[in-house]
Design a binder for this molecule. Structure first.
Ligand code: NDP
Length: 334
């Protein structure tokens, strides 16, 4: 069974040589364990942080050991009374074709709720991130003015459509005309800004928000955050979800130079990590099960085939080659 190991800690933008495709022997499951064949695995921006040797909310990956991350697979052999052969399971044991595990850390996936890979995207961790960040951290109220960066991505696209479903005026930024067109025509947001071609991002954000910003959903950092702070209304909230622009930085990034405005405008800038908001899962599923059948929650995905292409899929996140959720198809779905 193939697995992808961390070969070296990346410096700056990761390289393919920081990863190694290796062969692993898979033991037979013991009592209480299952053998799982992965079908889909997720690559996510946060994994870049785990490649560094530093203290964080998740422990660092170890050199020479397989990487970890969200995956959907199928139980092929079960010695657990919690799962039977054929069950689909969600685990954190991606980056490998097969694994043996106890029942802890595995959750059953209902293939009738949606395509199984959606549990790595719109119905999974990125979807819940969008919901928790917008509704709880961002304290969204119906009809507010919302700005979203990396708006066409796995998290951003859900944020955009949730805000639309709450009657908001929504502006998103993305890195290509195709993504912007999808955001306006398919996701139904009010305006999309191509931050690569708009020239002056600050001026574009100002022009897009004649009534100012009430909630900023931050995925990017840097100039995006600075522009948002400039045009946030008094008592506006920023949900700081991620700052992907800085994940490969080798030097500390320059701060937004206008943070002092947070004082006068009584802004709330709050970071959050999705794993502290799992209690919202039932509310999140309830909302999604209304929006998806009504055609009010659409999504895109980009798929790389074969586990050996997982490093490439991961690297593509940082150049925006993914359109929507970035996935790797590890095996066939029978
Ligand atoms: P996406 O699907 O949004 O993929 C990443 C996208 O980021 C790219 O497609 C690209 O889109 C954009 N991007 C990459 N580099 C840059 C850059 N230098 N400047 C501007 N945009 C860039 O990924 P996710 O939806 O999975 O993640 C989005 C954000 O949410 C990330 O910051 C991630 O870390 C964060 N996150 C946080 C969680 C939490 O618990 N706090 C949980 C999950 C995600 P484009 O073409 O538009 O540039």
């Amino acid at each position: 069974s193939k697995e992808i190991r961390l070969a070296a800690r990346p410096v700056g933008m990761p390289k393919e040589s920081d990863f190694e495709v290796a062969e692993a022997t898979i033991a037979d499951p013991k009592d209480g364990e299952v053998l799982v064949r992965n079908i889909w695995m997720s690559v996510d921006p946060y994994m870049r942080g785990r490649m560094m040797d530093r203290e964080s909310y998740v422990p660092p990956f170890q050199i020479g050991k397989p990487l970890e991350g969200g995956a959907i697979g199928q139980v092929v052999k079960s010695k657990s009374d919690k799962f039977k052969e054929g069950d689909y399971v969600n685990s954190m044991l991606g980056w490998r074709e097969y694994f043996v595990s106890g029942a802890d850390g595995l959750t059953k996936v209902d293939p009738n709720m949606g395509p199984i890979e959606a549990f790595l995207g719109v119905l999974g961790m990125p979807g819940l991130t969008a919901y928790a960040g917008l509704m709880r951290v961002g304290e969204l109220k119906d009809g507010e003015n919302v700005f979203v960066s990396a708006a066409s991505g796995a998290v951003g696209s859900v944020v955009c459509q949730l805000a639309k479903a709450h009657g908001c005026y929504v502006v998103g930024s993305a890195g290509s005309d195709d993504k912007c067109e999808w955001l306006e025509k398919e996701a139904g947001i009010d305006k999309a800004i191509n931050y690569k071609t708009c020239g002056d991002l600050d001026a574009a954000v100002k022009a897009a928000f004649p009534k100012g910003i009430d909630v900023y959903f931050e995925n990017v950092g840097g100039a995006h955050l600075q522009a948002a702070i400039n045009y946030m209304n008094p008592f506006a909230r920023a949900a700081l979800c991620g700052m992907i622009e800085q994940y490969n930085a080798t030097e500390p990034a320059p701060g937004p130079n206008n943070l002092i405005m947070a004082v006068g405008k009584s802004l709330k800038l709050q970071g959050f990590i999705v794993s502290n908001h799992f209690d919202l899962l039932p509310d999140f599923y309830a909302e999604m099960s209304k929006l998806i059948p009504a055609g009010k929650m659409k999504w895109q995905q980009t798929v790389e085939e074969g586990i050996e292409n997982a490093p490439k899929a991961f690297l593509n996140l940082f150049t925006g080659k993914n359109f929507g959720k970035m996935l790797v198809k590890v095996g066939n779905d029978p």
